[in-house]
Write a new protein. Structure first.
Length: 113
């Protein structure tokens, strides 16, 4: 239901604004996942902890990219994303890598590219 709207990119934010309402529900499986590692070995806890730290670091890097318009809010392509992955500057030819969606086609339910 959350993503049944015609505009899948939801108007220019880094995250997914409609998902905010579900954070409370999503916290339950996250807590259960983390609780499952409380009695595990030090190494398993370390791996899970390291993965969490790396995911948080990636989020912070991408938030910075979004704030500087490097991570485009609706026009990213696979090629554009991987050309800026963990970088702070625009790569050469970046403007040719992004693909702006056709809003009118999206509104009609057609392929927006």
């Amino acid at each position: 239901m959350i993503y049944s709207w015609w505009c899948w990119w939801y108007g220019g934010s880094f995250g997914s604004r409609p998902m905010i309402d579900t954070y409370g529900l999503m916290a339950i499986p996250l807590a259960a996942f983390l609780a499952a590692f409380t009695n595990k070995s030090f190494w398993k806890q370390g791996v899970v902890g390291l993965l969490l730290v790396l995911m948080i670091a990636l989020n912070q890097i991408q938030m910075n990219q979004y704030r500087t318009s490097l991570l485009h809010w609706d026009s990213m392509t696979r090629k554009a994303y991987f050309s800026i992955f963990l970088k702070r500057n625009w790569p050469e030819g970046y403007d040719k890598m992004i693909q702006i969606p056709d809003y009118e086609k999206a509104l009609k339910g057609e392929n927006e590219y």
